[in-house]
Design a protein around this ligand. Structure first.
Ligand SMILES: *Cc1c(COP(=O)(O)O)cnc(C)c1O
Length: 362
């Protein structure tokens, strides 16, 4: 038995906590990357049943799957799509498209005109992410979209924060540029529609930035870079079983490159999970600041002198991984605990890294 487990009740509690914090502000449930690795269909179902009725995606396929399941929910394609065939398919699905530049606006407008329809779009503003979006100074170009694109209707306007997990000053600057632009457009008589900028981290840290809607992904899984977590629970772990138990003599090596050598006789368990499944030697490091790289290097150096222990939980006991983790198995020290072949092992794995495991909701 081998699975990636999502505790349904904990997920529902997270959704409720986030909804309570949002108050009347609608939450776009972000479901990119196969719903952050936990399955777009079951994840979206739980979101929907718990009051999240706006979805945001980055792939045509995701929009298709959601539309099959939810005939009426608004679906926002957060990427600016340029391919005419794809634009047509997204319009068939009734997806709200993102306009990230003037050329995309022209393309979508042309296709909408051919279809004799008006396409709802959200306009992306690039306040520092460097992808998708008009610059805050591109006011004239934006006004041209309003003036000349008669087959587009602007349902919203959004920007995306690059450092909401770490840099409040940068986030505030992005927010100010975004809201100043909204003001300019409104003052010139243009409707900006639903304005939104918060991802999970900004949503939690900056309630003053919620505006008309927020876009939440990782917070549903309780996976955040800082401590103000609204009581959110970290969701998702891998589960496997003890496949083999043995006593190894002093001097026995374990794993590739003989990365571990027993100093005395010890009892080991072979567990059926490895790097292919997302179980990694590297500490979870999904942030990319210079500071983080530096910390990563220091961590490596420290690790040479004081190897850090990678732990899994066998029958409720923390057990150390011995040697290098294999592609689909690992070996752990169970000398001091009671266990038998077939016993359950719990392993911390980031859902975004999970491969080859069935995702099970319990
Ligand atoms: C991924 C993404 C989000 C959600 O980010 P989280 O930090 O996971 O909440 C919001 N907006 C855009 C544009 C995104 O790409």
């Amino acid at each position: 038995m081998k699975a990636y487990v999502i505790e349904r009740d904990a997920l529902i509690q997270n959704i409720q906590a986030l909804r309570a914090f949002a108050g009347p502000v609608p939450i776009w449930g972000v479901l990119k990357g196969n719903g952050y690795g936990i399955g777009i269909v079951p994840f979206s179902r739980i979101l929907f049943e718990n009051g999240i009725n706006h979805f945001a995606v980055t792939e045509l396929r995701e929009a298709e799957v959601l539309r099959e399941n939810y005939p009426d929910v608004p679906i926002l394609m957060m990427r600016s799509i340029a391919d005419p065939a794809e634009i047509n398919e997204l319009l068939d699905l009734g997806v709200i498209l993102t306009v990230g530049c003037y050329e995309t606006a022209v393309a979508i407008n042309g296709i909408a005109a051919e279809r004799a329809t008006v396409a709802e779009v959200h306009i992306a503003i690039d306040t520092g992410m460097g992808r998708y979006g008009f610059l805050p100074d591109d006011v004239d170009k934006l006004i041209s979209v309003y003036e000349y694109m008669k087959n587009l209707t602007v349902g919203g306007m959004f920007t995306h924060f690059h450092s909401a997990f770490s840099n409040e000053k940068a986030t505030k600057k992005q927010f100010e540029e975004f809201t100043a632009l909204l003001e300019k457009l409104r003052a010139a008589g243009y409707e900006t529609g639903m304005a939104h900028c918060c991802n999970s981290h900004a949503f939690i840290r900056h309630p003053e930035m919620h505006l008309d809607a927020v876009r939440i992904g990782s917070a549903f899984l309780g996976r955040l870079a800082f401590k103000e977590k609204l009581g959110l629970k970290k969701i998702g772990y891998a589960e496997c079983t003890v496949e083999e138990l043995r006593w190894i003599p002093k001097g026995q090596t374990v794993g590739y490159a003989a990365g571990f050598r027993a100093r005395q006789q010890m009892r080991t368990a072979v567990i059926g999970i490895g790097s292919y499944n997302g179980f990694s030697m590297n500490r979870e490091n999904d942030l990319f600041r210079f500071r983080d790289s530096l910390m990563g290097i220091l961590h490596h150096v420290k690790n040479i002198f004081f190897p850090h222990k990678i732990l899994v939980t066998v029958n409720g006991h923390k057990c150390r991984v011995l040697g290098h983790i294999g592609m689909v198995h690992a070996v752990v020290d169970v000398t001091d605990i009671e266990c038998a072949v077939g016993d359950k092992v719990i392993v911390q794995v980031n859902p975004l890294s999970v491969k080859g495991l069935r995702v099970q909701y319990r």
